[in-house]
Design a protein around this ligand. Structure first.
Ligand code: ADP
Length: 264
């Protein structure tokens, strides 16, 4: 707005230069605030399991605990250390993604093969709660992706679908093949997400179901990782859900190499 008629001060700086500097400073402040919020969140997330591990091991070391309580305390120590491990892996995954954002090197990937690998990894967890993993309307199609990153997307969405569903329910993966892209859905009949939280679940550390997330060793980073990966692959991600009825997490992937001529 100050491009024409910008005033120049005694040091030869125009009001335009000053305005750009102010913009840079406020952008820098915003990034700095985001960074320190992130560090505060991570510290908080680590403090909780550390406090539990310390407290329960102190009690055990003091002795005078019966066998049943001992087992219970050891179980809590084990669960909390698993949660810390998950958090560290997810944080590493996020920072790896941030570092490689512009260097993703997609190749042609058989979508079905990636889903089958994800199902194989989660079958035991699902079976323990009699949850059926199903593939429906899934025609053979190649997508433009990084196979390991895509596997991570499916693992995160499917393990959420399992964790936020009740025993004996069904989780379905399905996709629509469009001209230049594929729209993939991971659907469950679980607890669902209230409307006011729908656009926040992809934020780092945002949780709707705090207790359930904790109980499953959740880190609050799974969906942020999914969004990061899909965005880096040039796709879109979203969720439709009705509280108490279930959720439909979807994402798109390109079918064609952006450098190839498009054959319709
Ligand atoms: P978490 O480790 O807590 O599961 P995510 O980033 O994977 O973290 O998910 C963020 C939040 O979104 C979860 O805490 C949960 O409240 C909600 N959520 C994710 N997936 C589902 C789902 N399939 N059904 C209902 N709620 C979900």
């Amino acid at each position: 707005p100050i491009s024409s008629g910008a005033r120049v001060n005694s040091r030869g700086e125009s009001s335009h230069d000053v305005l750009m500097l102010v913009n840079d400073v406020s952008e820098w402040r915003r990034l700095e605030r985001m960074r320190s919020e992130f560090v505060a969140n991570v510290s908080h997330e680590l403090k909780t399991p550390i406090a539990a591990i310390r407290g329960f091991s102190e009690t055990l070391l003091d002795g005078d605990v019966d066998d049943a309580a001992q087992t219970k305390f050891l179980r809590t120590i084990y669960d909390e250390s698993m949660r810390m491990g998950n958090l560290v892996s997810d944080l590493l995954e996020l920072s790896k993604l941030e570092a490689t954002d512009s260097r993703v090197d997609p190749i042609t990937v058989d979508l079905l093969k990636v889903v089958e690998r994800a199902f194989d990894r989660l079958r035991t967890v699902a079976a323990k709660r009699s949850i059926h993993l199903e593939l429906k309307n899934a025609p053979r199609v190649n997508v433009w992706a990084d196979p390991d990153m895509l596997l991570q997307v499916f693992l995160n969405l499917l393990s959420n679908a399992i964790h936020y569903s009740s025993d004996g329910s069904q989780v379905t993966v399905t996709w629509d093949v469009l001209i230049d892209r594929v729209k993939v859905h991971v659907r469950d009949n679980g607890v669902g997400i209230p409307a006011e939280s729908l656009n926040r679940v992809f934020e780092r550390f945002y949780r709707v179901h705090k207790d359930r997330s904790r109980a499953s060793g959740g880190t609050g980073l799974g969906l942020a990782i999914v969004k990061h990966i899909i965005t880096a692959l040039g796709g879109e991600v979203g969720v439709d859900s009705v509280e108490g009825e279930g959720s439909d997490f979807w994402f798109t992937l390109s079918r064609l190499n952006a450098n190839m001529p498009r054959v319709l």
